[in-house]
Write a protein that binds this ligand. Sequence first.
Ligand code: ZN
Ligand code: ZN
Length: 166
Amino acid sequence: MTDSAPKLYCANHPDVETSLRCNNCEKPICAKCAVLTPTGYRCKECIRGQQKIFETAEWVDYPLIFASVAILAYLGSLIAFRLGFFIILLAPLAGGAIAEIARSITRHRRSKRLYLLAAAAAILGCVPLGLQFILQFSLLGLIWHLAYTILMTSTLYTRLAGIKIG
Ligand SMILES: [Zn+2]
Ligand SMILES: [Zn+2]
């Protein structure tokens, strides 16, 4: 019997033979312990470590970002609706500015949920003025306001979430 390759046993299950290795830490892992990622199999420890790097937000960041983005988006909408057509140029700038302020308030801590919450807060901040236009039957005001809401929120989200890591 010739067996050139040394037998591997799962790091978590010493009695389970395996041919898989974590592509990050090289640890042998069995099928139960392996997690398939876009780059290959990883052990659960490495997956957990990865998530920690990507998700650095603390609980306090959530109410902070929600309140600040909602208020800024609301204040921005009060300025924006006076601008008419120029909203299209200025709404992305407003979204970028709000994103920068939100990032410095949360000290550049990151989390996907945090960005989604910021986008939700941005839309919520636009609700009061939107309701006002609806009650006034101001269709043109509502259209410009929707343009502001969409452009500002999408810029805010991509500015926050699109930051390259590492
Ligand atoms: Zn690993
Ligand atoms: Zn295992």
